[in-house]
Design a protein around this ligand. Structure first.
Ligand code: PGA
Length: 255
């Protein structure tokens, strides 16, 4: 089954509201009517509104980088799915390794967020991936299995088709150390198998993105792999030219 390639930019804690709008403008001008590749940009919360206005009328989708599982209430500093929907977000990154490492997010917390996002028609981009110590200790597949299964607890076959998984080996994030194509495909194939066991045929429609130092020079080979359906891009998403080159790589990857 052909899955549409998805190229998502994770801007992390970069870009003010106006800087974000400028970057979004450059992307819209060059790729606003992209049909071959689905494009998503995930600015910080404070730039969601300005970027949302720029994306209006284009085919580029808006995503957030995190959310709280509750609909509202006394959660100082947090943001709900409904708030993100009100700014026309379609996607939300959940369980990024930086959230797990620096903000103590457990699989159970991430799972609550996944369920809450789906309930509010936000598509989760669920991040999973092992650390260097875990890989060197031969635990990469166990870690990915646990994070995937626990993160998807309670998700139905009907819901899973809206969900995106991002495999991001922690040792490859922001380090310039990219997983080899074979290493990445091996884990992506493993995740696909887990999804098939849990969800049957619906799993063939789930996109599995690679993340971790994806750049225009390594993207074509990664994106040509059968189970790599796109990229979650950090550093290279912060400038329009490199992000647009990744979109181009996505458009020709499976040709
Ligand atoms: P990177 O980040 O492309 O800068 O490695 C990817 C991510 O953390 O999503």
């Amino acid at each position: 089954m052909a899955r549409k390639i998805l190229i998502a930019g994770n801007w992390k804690m970069n870009k003010t509201a106006s800087e974000g709008a400028d970057l979004a403008k450059a992307i819209v001008v060059a790729a606003g009517k992209s049909t071959a590749v689905e494009i998503v940009v995930c600015p910080p919360f404070t730039a969601l509104e300005s970027v949302s206005k720029i994306l209006e009328g284009s085919d580029i989708k808006l995503g957030a980088q995190n959310m709280h599982a509750a609909a509202s209430g006394a959660f100082t500093g947090e943001t709900s799915a409904g708030m993100l929907r009100s700014l026309f977000c379609s996607y939300v990154i959940l369980g990024h390794s930086e959230r797990r490492t620096y903000f103590g997010e457990t699989d159970a917390i991430v799972n609550q967020k996944v369920l809450a996002a789906l309930k509010s028609q936000l598509k989760p981009i669920l991040c999973v991936g092992e650390t260097l110590a875990e890989r060197e200790g031969g635990k990469a597949f166990d870690v990915v299995r646990t994070q995937t299964i626990a993160g998807l607890e309670g998700v139905t076959k009907e819901q899973v088709v809206d969900l995106v998984i991002a495999y991001e080996p922690v040792w490859a994030i922001g380090t310039g150390k990219v997983a080899t194509t074979a290493q990445a495909q091996e884990v992506h194939g493993f995740i696909r198998k887990l999804l098939i066991e849990k969800f049957g045929e619906a799993a063939q429609r789930v996109r599995i993105l690679y993340g971790g130092s994806m750049k225009p020079d390594n993207a074509p080979e990664l994106l040509a792999q059968p189970d790599i359906d796109g990229g979650l891009i950090g550093g290279a998403a912060l400038q329009a030219p490199s992000f647009l080159d990744l979109v181009k790589a996505g458009a020709t990857a499976k040709a």
